[in-house]
Unconditional design. Structure first.
Length: 256
């Protein structure tokens, strides 16, 4: 057997544990949807895809995909898993599919080096408190971090656009923009916290072709800008909540 069929065990309210055969390559759409009692499942190394809604609204609390080196897609796979607080991703993963973890309760997650794409709404309404976006990421989709609880956002070099609602309702106090950034959608809704600081690379300090200034100028108060050295923070750069008229010497410290 290489495939778990679509809807195979959907709505099995008493299902608590699933052991998948080592030969399984695909988990079909809605295969375990609404399995509220489901807490434990193994994901074999042979797995290449988890189809839409496969575990939607299930009772999973932790997911270990770390050994699934060939996993390519998991669009909407865990959307709505309101008990899911921990997930481990495989090394070599290139794409976090759209809506993959939308509506889960993950507070922290380690994104693997080599990741290139964070899909639309991948972490929408997820209470992420911290995340490190690998330098290899070049695309972040719309609504990707909508409603997250991030305190700082560092966009890696290579990303050229911040799309609509990407950081909507994110109460971050500091943003770092890369030198490659060209476009910020007017609905990206960044910099909504009073006294937040926008950090830009020195070569982008006049915004160049980046329309960041236009995107931000409609906000109630203009946000201060701090130019960084080569895209990283100066060693003395720190900031403190509600005291960010300029970088200060106390508060959270960003590592160079």
């Amino acid at each position: 057997m290489t495939y778990i069929g679509s809807g195979t065990l959907r709505n099995k309210s008493s299902l608590e544990t699933v052991i998948l055969a080592d030969s399984i390559k695909s988990i079909g759409g809605a295969a375990f949807q609404h399995c509220k009692a489901l807490k434990t499942i193994n994901f074999p190394t042979s797995l290449t895809e988890i189809c839409a809604w496969a575990f939607h609204n299930s009772g999973l609390e932790a997911v270990d995909l770390s050994k699934c080196a060939n996993l390519e897609t998991m669009e909407r796979a865990f959307q709505g898993c309101s008990s899911l607080t921990h997930i481990s991703l495989p090394k070599g993963l290139k794409t976090i599919s759209p809506h993959a973890f939308n509506g889960t309760k993950i507070a922290t997650i380690e994104l693997p080096e080599g990741l290139e794409t964070i899909g639309e709404s991948a972490f929408q309404t997820v209470p992420l408190e911290s995340i490190v976006i690998p330098d290899t990421v070049t695309f972040i989709g719309a609504n990707a971090f909508y409603g997250a609880q991030l305190k700082s956002v560092i966009i890696p070099d290579g990303v050229t656009e911040i799309p609509k609602y990407c950081f909507y309702n994110v109460s971050a106090y500091a943003y770092v923009f890369p030198g490659t950034l060209k476009t910020i959608d007017s609905t990206a809704n960044i910099m909504t916290v009073n006294n937040a600081v926008l950090y830009v690379r020195a070569e982008n300090s006049d915004y160049g072709t980046c329309d960041a200034k236009t995107a931000l100028s409609g906000y109630a108060t203009w946000r201060p800008i701090a130019v960084t050295d080569g895209g990283k923070f100066l060693t003395s750069t720190t900031f403190a909540k509600d005291t960010l008229a300029a970088p200060v010497k106390h508060g959270h410290i960003f590592e160079v």
